[in-house]
Each structure stands twice: as structure tokens, then as C-alpha cells.
Design a protein around this ligand. Structure first.
Ligand SMILES: Cc1cc2nc3c(=O)[nH]c(=O)nc-3n(C[C@H](O)[C@H](O)[C@H](O)COP(=O)(O)OP(=O)(O)OC[C@H]3O[C@@H](n4cnc5c(N)ncnc54)[C@H](O)[C@@H]3O)c2cc1C
Length: 243
């Protein structure tokens, strides 16, 4: 099966999103297409044969060239290489697309509102969903609550500012805010979700993505607010990353 087969992808372009985050666009010869919210695996092999494998959400919409957005963890094994060493024209091993649960398809998911909650680089698969929504001309109302460490750490900042009709982006910046900041300045909590989100009775479809601690805290808050667990989809990036 293609998703389970390792293949060689070539780096087409590199875009610095923030000081520590880079988007890598890939040319993949044998790509079966992907859905918004899926991920892929990257495998690096050292000269002595040592291998390291990591998962990365697909940042691009279905129909767009495959792209991932990687946050550098200074003491990490794989992300410093992907964000600092990799050059256009280099080849990397990857396999995918992977995952069928954390995906959003307007045709299947219906016209109900969409609530997206991101912690740090957890915004990556949600960006694929937002792009997909625009590309297919969906009018599903969307609210994205995005928690970042500071304004400078907001990934896709200019793209998120241009989303337009039907999409609201609400930021919470913690621990650092620019001077004059009037938005949220604390970790996402139940009160914040209640203010930002549609009431559970309106049955929004909810996607939560980010570091494991962020996802677990937010999912607990959502359930406490009465959102049915079946309406809440979560993706955990592990014990790494931002807020
Ligand atoms: C489905 C999925 C999608 C993901 N999507 C993205 C994405 O879109 N963008 C993104 O940036 N990341 C994403 N991730 C996270 C990504 O897979 C990596 O975990 C991340 O890039 C860190 O990898 P690394 O090799 O640089 O760090 P690692 O070497 O894995 O280290 C991570 C952290 O753990 C610590 N650590 C490592 N080993 C130990 C140890 N033995 N004891 C204690 N601490 C240790 C390190 O100090 C470091 O802080 C995703 C993860 C999943 C599961």
C-alpha cells in the first residue's frame, strides 16, 4: 500500500514562517493525494545507519503540493535538521498520507460550524482544513482559537489575517504579548472556550491539535462544557512544542 511504502521526496521550496518554524514543500513522485488533517512520516538515516522517524501534519490542502511545517526544538533529533540543514533540491525519505480520523471533509462533515483549537505548531493540520474550505468554496462558519507563545511565534500570521468571510481567528498569547495587546493573554481554559466557541447545543464539529498537555486540557474543558466527545477530534503531537 502506498501510504506504508517509504519513498523519496525532493525539497521544492523552504519558507521561514517564524524564527523557529519552517515550511518545507515537497515533490513526491508517487503521491496518491491527501485529505485535510492527515500526516506523513519522515525518516532520516545517518551515515552510520542510525535512523530516526517522526510524524508531521500535512500543511497543504488536498490538491496542493505536499508541504509540512516544522518547529525546531533545539535539543531535538530531527527538527533541527529539517529546519536548518535541509536545502532546496535535497531528498528525504517519507511515507504517507497517514490517518483517517483527524480529517475534515466539508462534503461528509456537513454544514455545521467548525471550531478549531490550536496550541503552537498544532495549527498546521488546521491550516490545511482552512485552505481546503477556501478551495472548495465552503461557507461553513469557522472559529480558530490559537494559543502561541508570542505574536512573533504565530505561524501563518499573514495568511490567517486574510481568511475573510466566515472565519474568525482568536489568539491567546502566553507568556509574552506585544505592548498594547488587548486579546487573551493566558492559557486556554474553560471560560475562554465558552466565550469564543459556539454553544455545545449548536453542535459544532471540534478539532483540537497541539502538544499532548494542551490537547488533554482542552478536551477535558470541552467535555465539561457539554460538547459530546464524539464531536471532538484530537491530534497529539507529543510532549513537545509550544503552549
Ligand atoms: C501525528 C503527529 C503530527 C505532528 N505534526 C507536527 C507538525 O506539523 N509540526 C511539528 O513541528 N511537529 C509535529 N509533530 C511532532 C514531531 O513528530 C516531532 O515530535 C517533533 O518535530 C520533535 O522531534 P525531534 O526529533 O526534533 O525531537 P526529539 O528528539 O523527539 O525530542 C523531543 C523533545 O523530547 C526531549 N527528549 C528526547 N528524548 C528524551 C529522553 N530520553 N528523555 C527526556 N526527554 C527527551 C528532547 O529534549 C526534546 O525537547 C507531530 C507529531 C505527531 C504524532
Amino acid at each position: 500500500m502506498k501510504t506504508r511504502t517509504w519513498q523519496t521526496a525532493t525539497v521544492d521550496s523552504l519558507v521561514d514562517e517564524t524564527a523557529t518554524v519552517r515550511t518545507i514543500s515537497l515533490s513526491v513522485p508517487d503521491w496518491a493525494g491527501h485529505r485535510a488533517g492527515q500526516h506523513l512520516d519522515v525518516r532520516l538515516t545517518a551515515e552510520d545507519g542510525y535512523r530516526a522517524e517522526r510524524s508531521y501534519s500535512i500543511a497543504s490542502a488536498p490538491g496542493e503540493p505536499v508541504a509540512i511545517t516544522v518547529e525546531r526544538l533545539d535539543d531535538g533529533e530531527v527538527s533541527p535538521y529539517l529546519t536548518e540543514e535541509l536545502r532546496v533540491g535535497d531528498e528525504i525519505e517519507m511515507r504517507g498520507p497517514i490517518g483517517g480520523y483527524f480529517v475534515w471533509e466539508p462534503a461528509i462533515s456537513g454544514a455545521g460550524p467548525l471550531l478549531l483549537l490550536a496550541g503552537g505548531s498544532g495549527v498546521v493540520p488546521l491550516r490545511a482544513m482552512l485552505r481546503h474550505r477556501s478551495r472548495v468554496g465552503s461557507s461553513v462558519p469557522v472559529r480558530l482559537l490559537y494559543s502561541a507563545r508570542s505574536w512573533a511565534d504565530v505561524i501563518y500570521r499573514s495568511e490567517l489575517a486574510r481568511l475573510g468571510d466566515g472565519v474568525q481567528v482568536i489568539y491567546t498569547l502566553t507568556p509574552e504579548q506585544p505592548s498594547g495587546w488587548t486579546g487573551y493573554a493566558r492559557r486556554v481554559d474553560q471560560a475562554m472556550i465558552a466565550e469564543v466557541a459556539w454553544p455545545a447545543a449548536q453542535a459544532p464539529l471540534v478539532y483540537v491539535c497541539g502538544p499532548t498537555s494542551f490537547v488533554e486540557a482542552v478536551a477535558t474543558d470541552l467535555v465539561a462544557l457539554g460538547y459530546p466527545a464524539a464531536q471532538v477530534k484530537t491530534e497529539r503531537f507529543g510532549a513537545t512544542g509550544a503552549p
